[in-house]
Design a protein around this ligand. Structure first.
Ligand code: ARG
Length: 242
């Protein structure tokens, strides 16, 4: 069972390395997550009306890690966290209002770093939280998975109500710095393929980038979505949480 999974993962990796092309229309170029056990810690952030605007990950029974830009300027009580629900059209799982959130002092905008927030939920959620990655997890070429309910293409306003994910390799810091002048390796890392095609996109913000079952990144910013040589930029979570 374990070795079959490993084999499947290795095959998937090989296939995606060789042909990141043929975009399946989810996240951008990803696949639907249909096993709730795979991402029990995944959280959707919605308005009280149920409009999903960001992702997040449970990091404790009533703590959710997300992007600062997802919550900055909103009132905590106007954010609803939804856990245990892969298909947002359903009423499954559990919901909680956000009681409060913490930002990193001095946060201004995603491209200036510090794009992380920890939300405190009014009600704890009964799902397994995601442990935090070590600061050594950010090796160029390491593959992680990003999860979200965001756009399926840069210019697509359709979103899937189904959680989707995509596997992406970490881009070496020097390479990302050459792409984005604002890149700061202390607070960010990049992930993506040179040819683009697979990426996070609008409304995936705040969602987790998971390496070896640990929270390594948070969807933060990028130029467009899935463009060639324009990787996605993620918050370097190990700088802020442990
Ligand atoms: N800022 C976007 C959001 O609010 C996410 C950007 C991620 N972009 C990317 N190309 N990876 O949802």
């Amino acid at each position: 069972m374990g070795s079959m999974r490993l084999l499947a993962a290795v095959l998937a990796l090989l296939v995606s390395t060789v042909t990141p092309a043929h975009a399946d229309p989810r996240i951008v170029g990803g696949v639907v997550v249909d096993d709730a056990e795979e991402a029990p810690w995944m959280v959707a952030l919605t308005t009280p009306q149920g409009h999903q605007f960001c992702g997040g990950a449970l990091v404790g029974p009533h703590e959710v890690a997300t992007a600062a830009h997802c919550v900055h300027g909103r009132l905590p009580g106007s954010i609803v966290a939804v856990g245990g629900r892969l298909d947002l059209r359903t009423g499954g799982g559990s919901t909680s209002l956000v009681a409060a959130f913490r930002l990193v002092e001095g946060y201004t905008a995603p491209s200036s770093g510090k794009d992380i927030a920890v939300l405190t939920l009014s009600e704890p959620m009964p799902y397994r939280p995601l442990p935090i990655a070590a600061s050594t997890a950010y090796m160029g070429g390491s593959v992680g998975a990003v999860y979200g309910w965001g756009r399926q293409a840069e210019h697509d306003t359709n979103k899937s109500p189904l959680l989707h994910k995509a596997h992406l390799p970490i881009v070496p810091d020097e390479q990302c710095a050459a792409t984005y002048p604002q890149f700061d390796a202390g607070s960010m890392f990049c992930a993506g393929y040179p040819g683009g095609e697979i990426d996070a996109c609008t409304d995936d913000s705040g969602g987790p980038f998971v390496i070896d079952g640990r929270l390594a990144g948070i969807v933060s910013w990028g130029t467009g979505c899935a463009r060639p040589n324009m990787p996605g930029v993620y918050t370097r979570v190990a700088t802020y949480l442990r």
